[in-house]
Design a protein around this ligand. Structure first.
Ligand code: FMN
Length: 320
């Protein structure tokens, strides 16, 4: 799959996830062969105001390209300004969020709310495409609600103003994360967006799901969200399957603990001990999920504030 001049091979990669795809996790994903990574979603307004926490989300220095910076907002001019700042900070691709379902975002006409205002959605894309020299992509949900499926039509209009890839999460805004993603909408969007690549998203949990999504929808790439939490191996396993035809087994408990420790160390190095340890709690719970005694381990980790103490808990758990 090509986005501009970037070859995304194999075409399986991680979704943007707020509170999850920070720099530490992006580096872990890269180690596992994920060929494209996204930042967490970043507010155009906060970025243009120079909000310090927001600027930290934009730190892509030293990462392997391509790194897509995802922006959300409602005003074409502010989005264009934010996009220029993101490119100056090193963004390889600008991705526009047209799918976030959270009330505090949609009430500002941002995120999924743009699915109800196509002229505004197209105007934002148009301005951003004109403002930056890098590829601009859009990630959207299928529509606002059942009976109001808009992704195929919106994709066609976005392609007409120069958007270079479209991601479709096969749920409506009203579904949030409930129910099942409807992959038929992805298939319908493929037809409307041609020749621009469509990236399918929603309910890919196992390597086999990703392969099936490509076959069933004709999409050019597959974006994996919740299926890669505590599970960056999904990318290395998919890569091995594509190159050798064989799917490696899932990681052993010892491999999971070792990866958790390496991820923790990176987070602490990048964010400092207090924040690093705290913000790793979710990731550590995901790495441990399904392992014997995981619930008890999680409780102990959540009571711990120092790097050394978390390392001790995890190392003691490791089978000898
Ligand atoms: C914790 C979390 C945070 C998310 N944050 C974002 C975000 O910042 N931007 C975005 O476009 N989608 C975000 N999403 C949606 C995912 O990118 C993806 O579209 C959704 O999870 C469906 O894919 P999945 O079934 O593979 O998880 C988030 C999802 C989760 C679970």
């Amino acid at each position: 799959m090509l986005i501009g001049t970037y070859a995304i091979t194999p075409p399986f990669f991680a979704a943007p996830m707020a509170g999850v795809t920070d720099k530490a996790f992006r580096l872990v994903l890269r180690d596992h062969g994920c060929p494209l990574v996204y930042t967490e979603m970043i507010s155009d307004k906060a970025l243009t105001y120079g909000n310090r926490n927001t600027l930290a989300l934009l730190d892509v220095i030293g990462e392997v390209e391509p790194v897509a910076v995802q922006l959300f907002g409602s005003e074409p001019e502010t989005m264009a300004k934010a996009a220029r700042l993101a490119v100056a900070a090193g963004a390889s691709i600008i991705d526009l969020n047209m799918g976030c379902p959270v009330p505090k975002v949609v009430k500002n006409n941002e995120g999924a709310s743009l699915l109800k205002d196509l002229p505004r959605a197209v105007a934002i894309a148009d301005r951003v495409v004109a403002a930056v020299p890098v590829p601009v992509t859009v990630k959207m949900r299928a529509g606002w609600a059942a009976g109001r499926i808009i992704a195929p039509e919106l994709a066609g209009r976005l392609v007409a103003v120069g958007v270079q890839a479209i991601t479709v999460h096969g749920r409506t805004r009203d579904q949030f994360y409930a129910g099942q993603a409807d992959w038929r909408v992805i298939r319908e969007t493929v037809a409307q967006a041609a020749p621009v690549p469509v990236i399918g998203n929603g309910d890919v949990w196992e390597p086999a799901d990703a392969v099936r999504m490509l076959a069933e929808t004709g999409c050019a790439g597959v974006m994996i969200g919740r299926g890669c939490l505590g599970n960056p191996w999904i990318f290395s396993r998919l890569k091995a399957r594509v190159t050798s035809g064989c799917l490696p087994p899932p990681p052993t408990p010892a491999e999971r603990i070792r990866q958790a420790l390496a991820h923790l160390e990176r987070a602490v190095t990048l964010k400092g001990e207090e924040r690093g340890v705290k913000e790793m709690r979710g990731h550590l719970a995901w790495y441990l999920k399904g392992m014997p005694g995981a619930a008890r381990l999680r409780v102990r980790i959540n009571q711990t504030r120092t790097f050394r103490a978390v390392v001790d808990i995890l190392e003691n758990y490791l089978p000898n």
